[in-house]
Design a protein around this ligand. Structure first.
Ligand SMILES: Cc1ncc(COP(=O)(O)O)c(C=O)c1O
Length: 386
């Protein structure tokens, strides 16, 4: 298949070549085990701690409050399990939203099935925004944790995390945020928000896959998922993925340096892309157009069309997009996020997500807009594909 434009940055991002350069020494010369006392080991330890400082700097937390994990999902899972275990034997209610990533929703469902917790999901407004008042109205006397994402992966809508965190704090309830999609794209800082936990992943910010991070306020509030050699402050056993960690650090440093200008450039491209589509195609709805969104995310419902066919047809033309979350490839049922927003299921079936990023060019979005116009027209003329 040809490759014309990659517009699926919310699924994953390419490795920045500067990140690769930073990683190479860890794979070639500095391959020691960071726990070893000899020079090989100590060089690797130095590299890991430098990267920790870089990621912590982007997250807005001090180094000793951040550990590396395997993925964003693992970080989320560790927080939810820690809270459930902390309150074992007492009633434990976790409040989340209906538009969270499956890493949150499925972990909560599993903990619930295991009899460890009860949980409730707050519905967003029709706009996709989570009203803090709705969160407040669902707090119970046994609510131990509120877990709300900072920005949604499908719509890009930025949630009122400062208000929700304030609400949790004023009631003595712990607060976690899945910040996997917002890291490096908008300036949200862990310490300023006074969060208890936050989860991150390197592969959304031009770093490598298979490396995540977890920021925490109190070490004692976390319980390891993996037991063994005591790495990562005793919170995540296993010899460190040194190259992955160094890559995460380098990726974070680049985001920290270029965030404001990159966000402006990508937002401008996204807006230009949406203008093009509106001009060229009838019957489309841009979700969250009146909300504050992540710079590069554009979730669009096309009337009289099945999103998965559009994704396939555009893939054949060399345009990479997704229908909702990449984690649900092959499913044609509407996304749980759009359904929770109260989008008509018929319309929600026509949803696709375009997500732009660091390497997206104007030429790419112009080509993508034109190929989308053609694909939508063809699909709407084909009764078998409606
Ligand atoms: C909002 C959100 N949370 C969590 C995750 C899971 O991250 P990872 O793939 O690193 O486990 C993703 C990945 O798509 C995401 O978009």
């Amino acid at each position: 298949m040809p490759r014309i434009a990659y517009l699926d940055y919310n699924a994953t991002t390419p490795l920045d070549s500067r990140v690769l350069q930073a990683m190479l020494p860890c794979l070639q010369e500095e391959w020691g085990n960071p726990s070893s006392v000899h020079d090989w080991g100590q060089s690797a330890r130095y590299a890991v701690e430098k990267a920790r400082a870089q990621v912590a700097d982007l997250v807005g937390v001090s180094d000793e409050h951040l550990i590396f994990t395997g993925t964003g999902s693992e970080s989320i899972c560790q927080v939810l399990h820690s809270v459930a275990k902390k309150w074992r034997g007492q009633s434990c209610h976790i409040l989340t939203s209906a538009i969270e990533h499956p890493a949150t929703l499925r972990s909560l469902e599993q903990l619930h099935q295991d009899g460890m917790i009860q949980y409730s999901t707050v519905l967003p407004e029709h706009s996709g925004w989570i009203d803090p008042k709705r969160v407040e109205s669902m707090i119970r006397s046994d609510t131990r944790l509120i877990s709300i994402m900072s920005a949604n992966n499908e719509t890009g809508i930025i949630q009122p995390l400062p208000e929700i965190a304030g609400l949790a704090r004023s009631r003595g309830i712990a607060i976690h945020s899945d910040m996997v999609q917002s890291l490096g794209k908008i300036n949200l800082r862990f310490d300023d928000l006074q969060l208890d936990f936050a989860s991150f992943a390197a592969h959304k910010i031009y770093g490598p896959k298979g490396i995540g991070a977890l920021a925490f306020r109190e070490k004692g509030d976390l319980i390891p998922l993996l037991h063994g050699g005591g790495q990562e402050m005793g919170l995540r056993a296993g010899t460190e993925n040194t190259a992955g960690i160094v890559g995460f650090g380098a990726a974070a440093a680049l985001c920290r340096e270029f965030l404001p200008e990159e966000a402006t450039r990508i937002t401008r491209l996204r807006d230009q892309f949406e203008e093009q589509l509106k001009k060229k195609i009838d019957g489309l709805h841009i979700l969250g157009a009146d909300q504050t969104r992540l710079p590069g995310t554009s979730c669009i419902c096309f009337e009289a069309l099945l999103g998965t066919y559009l994704v396939q047809d555009l893939a054949a033309e060399g345009i990479a997009i997704s229908s909702g979350s990449a984690c649900r490839v092959g499913e044609s049922k509407p996304s749980h996020i759009l359904l929770a927003m109260g989008i008509d299921p018929e319309l929600a079936r026509g949803a696709v997500r375009f997500s732009l990023g660091r390497f997206t060019t104007e030429d790419e979005i112009l080509q993508a807009a034109e190929l989308t116009r053609r694909a939508v027209l063809q699909l709407r003329q084909n009764p078998e594909k409606i």
